[in-house]
Design a protein around this ligand. Sequence first.
Ligand code: ATP
Ligand code: MG
Length: 269
Amino acid sequence: MIADRYRIEPGTAVNLSRWDPADHTLAPEGKEAARKISKKLNRRLAELQQLLYAQGRHKILMVLQAMDTGGKDGAIGKVFRGVNPQGVKVTGFKKPTTRELAHDYLWRVHAHTPGMGEIAVFNRSHYEDVLVVRVHNLVPAELWSRRYDQINGFERTLAEEGTTILKFYLHISKEEQKRRLQARIDEPDKNWKFARGDLAERALWDDYMEAFEAVLSRTSTVHAPWYVVPADAKWYRDLVILDVLTGTLERLQMRYPEPEDRIGEIIVE
Ligand code: ATP
Ligand code: MG
């Protein structure tokens, strides 16, 4: 996979100021050429998903995290365009309900992990419990600081039970977020996406970067690697995700199940 360069090797201390959100090294010819490649990868993804479903022997979990306006929704729409919606389950994790808060933070997450033949996409995830929760001290530090190891343990369990896990952090710059938030104010058909609260979160940008660095440094593992996706350019973001996703599915070397015995002799009347 060409996008391997964006994978965080386990045990690396990540400094996000060294990762360029506008990088497009893998697409030196620019947007149009990249879009052509993405289109092909997207068609291949549709085939691979059908194979995954037909074979029913693998489970795929894709986690998406980003700052507000980072492009999680847009990426899901683009990457899975043309893929059979029956085989892809997207779950968005918002502020926990009272009932969810009454349980441990992984309780609401586990139920949405993929079954055999499925691709589950998490739009936000259990990582919120060491991101927004850490930044706002929603639980004491003694509690959230233990969660990195707990999350690694949880993901190891999923992996050992047959789940292939991919985690993407969509990396945008603070300036790009400013442009995107302003567009949500200026363009009427984007107004619905604007929440005043996003401005308060933006003011905590540095705290969030620190929290993301802790996540990337402590929870990128062999069985559940993080990818830092340069996301200022949407076309590049989609290309990188598609490359990692299709590349990972190709490596599973899936085959259609064996047909029934002597199927060639059957004639349908
Ligand atoms: P998004 O911003 O993901 O596109 P949205 O705009 O539709 O979705 P929001 O209400 O802005 O919806 O996003 C969900 C909010 O829920 C985020 O602010 C996120 O930090 C918060 N959230 C998610 N999980 C948790 C959690 N475990 N604890 C506290 N807050 C959480
Ligand atoms: Mg939002």
